[in-house]
Every structure is written in structure tokens, then in C-alpha cells.
Design a binder for this molecule. Structure first.
Ligand code: RTP
Ligand code: MG
Length: 145
């Protein structure tokens, strides 16, 4: 079953849209496999955004993502990685279509409400950074096993 890592960023938590965001993925038909409200340590933020280390906004990115609690989630389902990215909308909320999460709730690229893995490799990497195996559930496991 395909899995992705999604995270409501500190601005989304502060603006009380965790429920709204969870609800959108539930209604779409995806299954929640793990979730937790947490503060991100600086080292984890730097690892998570490692691909952007050389970018001019890296420092701001790490400061922002560690500025308050985030809601980290693992979702599963068919094509969940790319479909979740579509449901999130463009990186910059000013370009994100209405009806997408960033289009409906965000205004600026620095505070764009939600993160989502951008490829199968990123998904595996990010799920491993944020969750221990025992924090994820298996729905299809026979309970008598
Ligand atoms: P994310 O990783 O957060 O899901 O966002 P994304 O894939 O849509 O965008 P990405 O290119 O990975 O950029 C990561 C985050 O960096 C911030 N950003 N700031 N100031 C800027 O020009 C700029 N560009 C990107 C955004 O908050 C973006 O989500
Ligand atoms: Mg990204």
C-alpha cells in the first residue's frame, strides 16, 4: 500500500485547520496510518529539509518549521503521494487553485500550511525520519495473528 508523509505546519496548527485537513484526506478515501502533534527539534528540521540546504531561504525554513507544534501524519492509499500533492496545491499559495489546501488557507510561500512528500523516495525517507515502525498501524493485519 502506497504511503506518504504529510504534515500540518506551525501556521496550520495555529490557525486551527488540523481537523479540516484531516477531514479532506479522510473524505477522499485515504487511510490514516499514524499521526502525532509534536515540536520538531532543529536537527530533525535540517534533515527533513536537507535538499534545500544551499537555498537562501533554508535558515528561515528551519526557523519556521521549529517555531511551534506541527501535526505529522502518515496516510496510505492508491496514488496517495501524487494525489495528496494535488490536494495541497502549488507551493506558493498565490498560485494554488481554490479548492486546494494552500489555495483555500494560505497566503505566502513561507507559510503554506502543509508539507507533503514529493516522490516515493521522499515518502520513505520522511516517514522514517518522523515515525518509528511501531507508531504506524496496519489495517489489513488479521487481529487473530
Ligand atoms: P513542502 O516540501 O513544504 O511540501 O513544499 P514543496 O515541496 O511544495 O516545496 P519545496 O520546493 O520542497 O520547498 C519547501 C518549502 O520551502 C519554502 N519555500 N520558500 N522563499 C522562497 O522562495 C521559498 N521557496 C520555497 C516553502 O514553504 C516550501 O513549502
Ligand atoms: Mg518539498
Amino acid at each position: 500500500m502506497e504511503k506518504t508523509f504529510l504534515m500540518v505546519k506551525p501556521d496550520g496548527v495555529q490557525r486551527n485547520v488540523i481537523g479540516e485537513i484531516v477531514s479532506r484526506f479522510e473524505r477522499k478515501g485515504f487511510q490514516l496510518a499514524g499521526a502525532k502533534l509534536m515540536s520538531i527539534p532543529t536537527e530533525l528540521a535540517e534533515q527533513h529539509y536537507g535538499e534545500h540546504k544551499e537555498r537562501p531561504f533554508f535558515g528561515e525554513l528551519v526557523d519556521f518549521i521549529t517555531s511551534g507544534p506541527v501535526f505529522a501524519m502518515v496516510w496510505q492509499g492508491e496514488n496517495v503521494i501524487s494525489t495528496a500533492r494535488q490536494m495541497m496545491g502549488a507551493t506558493n499559495p498565490k498560485d494554488a487553485a481554490p479548492g486546494t489546501i494552500r489555495g483555500d488557507f494560505g497566503l505566502t510561500v513561507g507559510k503554506n500550511i502543509i508539507h507533503g512528500s514529493d516522490s516515493p523516495e521522499s515518502a520513505v525517507r520522511e516517514i522514517g525520519l518522523f515515525f518509528k515502525e511501531e507508531e504506524l498501524v496496519e489495517y489489513n493485519k488479521n487481529i487473530n495473528e
